[in-house]
Design a protein around this ligand. Structure first.
Ligand SMILES: Nc1ncnc2c1ncn2[C@@H]1O[C@H](COP(=O)(O)OP(=O)(O)OP(=O)(O)O)[C@@H](O)[C@H]1O
Ligand SMILES: [Mg+2]
Length: 265
């Protein structure tokens, strides 16, 4: 019988590719918004997409959970895999995919219902009816979203009565309530003040232990603080993709250097 091997040192977590995009091009009608984008998103890391307005960040983010399928007249080329499986394969149900790959938007968009009902909305659609189970989901997700202490005594109140920053954390709680593997965030802090922003950044740091996170941001400090990897886009091209420290300290391309130093964008 083999001896159990114990070690005092924590083994470093291997890097695992969660999402792999290869040569992705995307068209709105005749307009090509993305040109041959290849990016590997690592599991349990935060990957930031940065670049000037209109460069294709949101378009690429939406390719990762097939949200662009909902826009008429669009076409994608190339391949995107999640855990090695083609997410555009004919047998993939986009609704199921979006359960695995959740999304948080720029403007907090809680449903016009109670805090409790916002969090249980997804789980109920997916068939969970048991009250104690739902209660547990609500507490668990609000805790993970760092909102529980602020709302535990008013779960039946309207979500719309929360502050913008609280609403955004509620939207994160609602997203994680359906147990995704990946959370996509499109400028999640752009409507928030610095304190609410810093809470979301702390939260992102916590959530990456359990989820893989991709965040679009216009805020260079935020990309530096919150992400492990950064992809810089310009005019539909991926100019540079590297670990965040290298992108900001040793950009390889002049366009990257100009953008991160605020010379344009
Ligand atoms: N629904 C749409 N229909 C047609 N063209 C679109 C659509 N959405 C985006 N585009 C075009 O695709 C290009 C990329 O847009 P996208 O929204 O991905 O940029 P972005 O980098 O997210 O910009 P921003 O920083 O302003 O949010 C732009 O030229 C834009 O005009
Ligand atoms: Mg955008």
């Amino acid at each position: 019988m083999a001896m159990a091997v114990t070690t005092m040192e924590p083994t470093p977590r291997e890097t695992v590719v969660k999402i792999s995009a290869q040569d992705v091009s995307f068209f709105y009608g005749n307009h090509q918004a993305l040109k041959d984008i290849s990016v590997d998103v690592q599991a349990n890391k935060v990957t930031a997409f940065i670049g000037p307005s209109g460069c294709g960040k949101s378009t690429f983010l939406r390719c990762l959970n097939r949200m662009n399928d909902l826009i008429d007249g669009t076409r994608m080329e190339g391949s995107i895999t999640l855990d090695g499986h083609d997410i555009y394969a004919p047998d993939v149900d986009p609704v199921e995919l979006r359960k695995e790959v959740g999304m948080v938007f720029q403007k907090p968009n809680p449903f016009p219902m109670s805090i409790y009902d916002n969090v249980t909305y997804g789980p109920k659609i997916h068939g969970i009816k048991d009250k104690s189970k739902l209660d547990h989901v609500v507490e668990d997700c609000l805790k993970k979203a760092a909102l529980w202490d602020e709302v535990k005594d008013k779960l039946k109140q309207s979500a719309l009565a929360l502050s913008g920053g609280q609403q955004q954390r509620l939207c994160i709680a609602r997203t994680i309530a359906v147990d995704p593997k990946i959370i996509l965030m499109d400028e999640p802090c752009s409507a928030l003040d610095p304190i609410a922003t810093s809470k979301i950044e702390d939260l992102i740091d916590e959530l990456k232990h359990e989820y893989t996170i991709v965040i679009v941001t216009h805020n260079m400090q935020q990309a530096q603080r919150a992400s492990d990897f950064t992809a810089f886009f310009m005019l539909g091209n991926l100019v540079e993709f590297n670990n965040t420290a290298d992108i900001f300290l040793f950009p390889q391309k002049k366009e990257t250097e100009d953008y991160i130093s605020g010379r344009f964008g």
